[in-house]
Design a protein around this ligand. Structure first.
Ligand code: SAM
Length: 241
């Protein structure tokens, strides 16, 4: 039986009401919308990776910014209903097979890597912040593999003892790094978003790795070869051949 106070608050939540009206799958959409508008993160031609995308509201927001040359790839442990024009994968981003599939989808690299990933919480503060920090550490590693020079990253973190080191690392990787808390984040939540823009390049992030190859063409990248265990889907936008 849901807690009546929780239930009443949800019914009154303006972001939830707005999400229903605007056909967005979750109130989380407005966190990305606010940050993307303020920092001009998404352009019509952007190639965007959306980590932890279920139920899909960030993917929906990204899609609304994109034109025909844009791309959004979303991944989640959970299945996600198709989002028109998005490529969605089901799997674990820590899995090397999943990482290889993503690399094949956008060989020229991404302009923006988003992560709204949240670990399963235990209720034990330091355990939850540690697991969240591990995920963000992985996201920063992936920036070194896939982010184009000048690109941006936005990653959710449960703020804890590990956070200052993560922010410091982001400052080394990006020309500009900042902690942002969007209005739609619940007041009781410990989540913040680590934003980095002006990525300095793969050589700074991973001196052992070459930078991503330049994009072969401004058109859609080739479809990935099916990988066993991956559930994939891309719903074509209306009018796309
Ligand atoms: C808060 S939800 C994301 C909400 C989403 N941004 C939206 O707007 O609809 C966090 C998601 O992170 C996913 N997640 C957590 N760890 C993951 C991992 N290792 N790989 C892929 N997804 C993960 C969870 O399954 C969960 O659906």
């Amino acid at each position: 039986m849901p807690n009546p106070t929780w239930f009443r608050k949800r019914l009154q939540d303006p972001f939830l009401k707005k999400a229903h009206r605007e056909d967005l799958r979750s109130r989380a959409a407005y966190k990305l919308q606010e940050i993307a508008d303020k920092y001009k993160l998404i352009h019509s031609y952007s190639k965007v990776l959306d980590l932890g995308c279920a139920p899909g509201s960030w993917t929906q927001v990204v899609r609304r910014f994109l034109g025909p040359k844009g791309l959004v790839v979303g991944i989640d442990l959970l299945p996600v209903e198709p989002v028109e024009g998005a490529t969605l994968l089901q799997g674990d981003i820590t899995d090397p097979a999943m990482q290889a599939a993503i690399g094949r989808l956008c060989p020229g690299g991404f302009d923006l890597i988003l992560s709204d990933m949240a670990p399963h919480t235990t209720g034990i503060h330091h355990a939850d912040t540690e697991r969240s920090a591990e995920l963000v550490g992985l996201v920063l590693d992936l920036c070194g593999r896939w982010l184009k020079p000048g690109g941006a990253c936005l990653a959710k973190v449960f703020e804890g003892a590990e956070y200052p080191a993560l922010r410091q690392r982001a400052k080394g990787l990006f020309g500009f790094a900042k902690t942002v808390t969007p209005e739609a984040s619940l007041a009781r939540s410990r989540e913040v978003y680590l934003l980095g823009t002006g990525f300095r390049g793969a050589r700074v992030a991973r001196p052992d790795q070459p930078p991503p190859a330049p994009s072969p063409s401004p058109t859609e990248p080739p479809a990935p070869s099916p990988t066993p265990g991956l559930k994939m889907g891309r719903k074509k936008p209306a009018g796309e051949g």
